[in-house]
Ligand binder design. Structure first.
Ligand SMILES: *Cc1c(COP(=O)(O)O)cnc(C)c1O
Length: 390
């Protein structure tokens, strides 16, 4: 039997953690307390607001340093960065690319932009990301190696890549997943849009596959207004990434020669200026988010009916968004809780609809996604902005 008072009991716990004075409380808001205004003003004063400038160079070196990736290439947004990751990973028209069905739609869209076919896989409750064991068993059943390539035996198409996503800043089990990719000759790409500041076994995420994408959208842990970045440790791929994101123009003092149908995906300097100032604040954001997560965790410790998702034992998560997980996944209950929170002006949110259930992706291949479906009905994201409780 479900507990009828669960929504009120959950609200009481939220009220313990969240300040009364700040309402409505959004899910995630940016914070500008550092050099944001100074740096943005500097780009306007100097005239260097567009696609080249010192802040673009600086954000790339700051990101490489912070993530301990050899190279970072700044882009207009995270979706564009992910699109470019797939391009340089060699994803071609008619290839299949594996991805979790429980993710933001951009992960699948970037695959579709390549003319490739998204192939949806299930998630696990521990990380909310790709379930490695289930993926291994599935690939053993549906694929075979031909000329060192992974072929889907049903469709005859090549399975070129797997995109994993570190949900709300909690990393997937990257070692287990990298091993599967090795075994089936599939390229590993990380959608690290939500996980700047997240470590897997002591190493920053985004370093475990061939290429990775970050996002600096307004709702992410740091923002450049709009923006993203490609991370890689491969110098050749880094060079290619920079080339195809700048319209593939050959270097020359005045000639317009292009050797590939490139993209105008470079991050403008004015956005990079904002991003650089935000990166200076990242350590403080991370401390504040961990602090808030601990408050949520202790408020819901031993609470019957729901729990806060804790970082997996192999991880140090950025706790970008806190997630409350209901024990008994039930639409009505979840929506009742959301309604109750909204009435108190606490703007909690459900998880995404499963991508393979959207009309635009309904005809794409998908494995059994029972666990993702259960999770979708049990996840409630809680207000998680930095300094919310201070
Ligand atoms: C935010 C996000 C993106 C896309 O980033 P944009 O900068 O908004 O284009 C991609 N994937 C995931 C999982 C995200 O959360």
């Amino acid at each position: 039997m479900t507990n009828k008072n669960l929504p009120q009991q959950i609200l009481a716990k939220l009220e313990q953690v969240l300040p009364k004075e700040q309402r409505p409380l959004a899910l995630h808001e940016p914070r500008f307390r550092g050099n944001e205004w100074n740096y943005v003003k500097e780009t306007i004063d100097s005239g260097w607001v567009s696609s080249v400038g010192k802040f673009v160079d600086r954000i790339e070196s700051d990101l490489a340093k912070f993530t301990e990736s050899k190279f970072a290439i700044a882009c207009v947004n995270g979706t564009a960065a992910l699109h470019m990751c797939l391009k340089i990973a060699g994803v071609d028209t008619k290839d299949e690319v594996l991805l979790p069905t429980l993710t933001f739609v951009a992960t699948a869209n970037a695959i579709a932009y390549c003319g490739a076919i998204p192939h949806f896989v299930d998630s696990e409750s521990k990380t909310l990301g790709v379930n490695a064991e289930k993926l291994d068993a599935y690939l053993a059943q549906i694929s075979e190696l031909r000329a060192n390539e992974c072929i889907n035996r049903t469709t005859g198409r090549r399975i070129r890549a797997l995109v994993v996503m570190h949900t709300f800043g909690h990393p997937v089990d990257l070692d287990a997943i990298a091993e599967i990719c090795q075994k089936y000759r599939i390229v590993l790409v990380e959608d690290a849009a939500e996980s700047l500041g997240t470590y897997y076994k002591g190493r920053h995420v985004g370093n475990h596959g061939l290429v990775s994408a970050l996002s600096f959208n307004g709702n992410k842990i740091v923002t450049s207004g709009g923006g993203g970045a490609i991370l890689t440790n491969d110098p050749q791929l880094a060079k290619l990434a920079k080339h195809i994101t700048t319209t593939a123009k050959k270097s020359h003092a005045w000639k317009y020669e292009h050797d590939y149908i490139g993209f105008n995906y470079r991050m403008p300097n004015i956005n990079a200026a904002l991003g650089c100032a935000q990166l200076e604040e990242l350590p403080a954001f991370l401390r504040s988010k961990r602090n808030l997560a601990e408050k949520y965790l202790s408020a819901f410790a031993n609470f019957p009916g729901a729990k806060i998702l804790r970082e997996p034992e192999f991880a140090k998560s950025n706790y970008w968004l806190n997630a409350l997980i209901l024990d008994k996944p039930d639409f009505h209950l979840r929506d009742e809780i959301l309604k109750c929170a909204h009435e108190a002006k606490i703007l909690a949110r459900p998880a995404w609809e499963l991508l393979h259930s959207l009309d635009i992706y309904r005809d794409c291949p998908a494995m059994d996604c029972t666990e993702a479906d259960r999770l979708r009905n049990s996840i409630i994201n809680l207000p998680s902005s930095a300094f919310i409780d201070e």
